[in-house]
Design a protein around this ligand. Sequence first.
Ligand code: C2O
Ligand code: CU
Length: 480
Amino acid sequence: MTDGKVSIELSRRALLGGLASFGGSVFVGTSTRGLADTGSVRHLIARPGTAALRGEGHKPVSIWGYNGMAPGPVLRLRQGDELRVRLENGLQQPTTLHWHGIRIANAMDGVPHLTQELVEPGQSFDYRFTCPDAGTFWYHPHKFSSEQVARGLHGILIVDEKDPPKVDQDRLLVIDDWRLDDNGQIHRASFGSIGERAHGGRFGNTFTCNGSTDHQVPVKAGERVRFRFCNVANASSFALRIADHTAHVIAIDGQPVTPFEAHDGVVLLSPGQRLDVIVDMTRHPGSVSSIQLLGFEQPVALGRLVYAKDGPVRTDPLDTPIELPSNPLATRLDLANAVDATLTMEGGAMGGMRGAKVDGVFLDMRRLVQQHGYVWSFNGTAGMPDEPLVRVKRGQTVRLRMNNNTSWPHAMHIHGHHFKAIGDNTGDGYGSVWRDTIVVRRGQDLTVAFVADNPGKWMLHCHMLEHQEGGMATWFEVQA
Ligand code: C2O
Ligand code: CU
């Protein structure tokens, strides 16, 4: 599919879906070009739709998506601006919207029962908040998320820097894995599988970039392109590469990093993570380079950069800086006076967990599974506890030790704050950078720290969504 076709297809769908009222304030497509915030309310309707994941030659896949599309509309605004979104629930089950990575006002965080009540079928909820940080973020449901996200409910939120690095194109690469059955439809019987909860989670068999198994990015020789990767898969970590090109990482999880060259051009993203890279189009006009998913016997091509036939837009690559302006994040960690918390993870297959508490009552493994579908615990409790892991005063530094006593890696995500690993021992090799999600490898004991400067009740959970639903969830409180 060419870009032209994509936008025609999308506008046709937009009309069919009665989305004319969206005007220019949201836009979709493969490029991130679009209108900046107009201050108007954007509508996101969680509803069934279809997606031509494998191209026009295949039967479309029935999905659930925001405005019937997967990925959903790209929301874009300027740093410091206010976003207003009305979520309408057109599903047959409750939902909410969570704004992953936004250091948001707590009441807008979208966590059922902790920050808001569920949005029932037919109901709506108005989200309204400012985005303090520029960067690449995303939104997704926070109820039944292992099914709702897997069916296609996810979208990207871009917050523009006031003064971004100069690029010729700004492009999203939203990476997903879908599990399709023999009929090419979403495999439904496996939703809620206890076995998958207790293992690595739900893995897909069909890999897409921006909702296509063959996503094409038209480029010109000599251009500089900013790519924004986002891993929206339930449980898979991805190693990705744009073949034949050098990539410089400029941001991780929406936060700027000192630019560095990706080792072998490979970037790693755990579920929920984003990564911004700058890539110069150094090949000849007419070239084609694939966007690859690694870690299989052969690289899986998710799409291609397709160079125009006509001459380079410039002969020498740009020498303008690629470093992003910093975000207003509290980066001074007062470790000497930090509040300490420990999170011990237990359970899962080959974990030897005997049982765990739910609502203060100890249940053996059999009861835990039968009554609650839980197979994991944090500090001996499965699922959201009544009491927070820790309660701190606004502005205090929290030092959180995460002790993975299981046989599986876990992608730990903290709401409302960005944190940093203490020490460089991170599985992705990115080391001690600000981020909102980090993989704790099996058997690993990893300590992170952050400034708890955002008041409210914040969730902390494994972003392998089956693990989250299988019990790996807790929360902490920042008192104003
Ligand atoms: Cu991306 Cu609590 O989630
Ligand atoms: Cu996990």
